[in-house]
Design a binder for this molecule. Sequence first.
Ligand SMILES: [Zn+2]
Ligand SMILES: [Zn+2]
Length: 198
Amino acid sequence: MRSLRPTGDSVLMRAPDSSKAPYVAKVEAIEADRRGAHVKVRVRWYYRPEESIGGRRRFHGAKELFLSDHFDVQSADTIEGKCIVHSFKNYTRLDTVGNDDFFCRFEYKSATGSFVPDRIAVFCKCEMPYNPDDLMIQCEGCSDWYHPPCVDMTVEEAKKVEHFFCQSCSSAKEKKRDGSQGGSEESELKVELKRRKR
Ligand SMILES: [Zn+2]
Ligand SMILES: [Zn+2]
């Protein structure tokens, strides 16, 4: 407890059922009586995807949490330790994900089961939001990201690919090549047109 900053820290709290994973909470305030005893913490719960009304979806990461609107007061004794709830961006940049690393990209309204934001960018042919646990490869043409299995590739193959073009970008490239017989002539043609205008 002594190492806990007054507010904003994320903590793991013992679940009533000890066989279950600990709860994760954001500490909003610490309250103690005048002697400093009976310490209580005011917390805001993080929900795991399986605890939400919609349940766990394919794009939810293993370490994903939703910051809920569910506040509570708990005895500080139930705190097991600190943890870190990263922003989505920071989480994707971690070299290694430790036991105490989590991430949060949604706020969750526990009464309605709705999320903030209620829209999220989707990627790949399957039009899924990004799950940071899944490897994706980026197309050098359209910059969209793809799951290797969605583009008939294994994860191992995808790791070795140096330049990836998705199906629509590589067929667009083919068409261009057929039509103008090479990119260099195309750029020369543009120069010619400019000259004629003058
Ligand atoms: Zn996909
Ligand atoms: Zn592409």
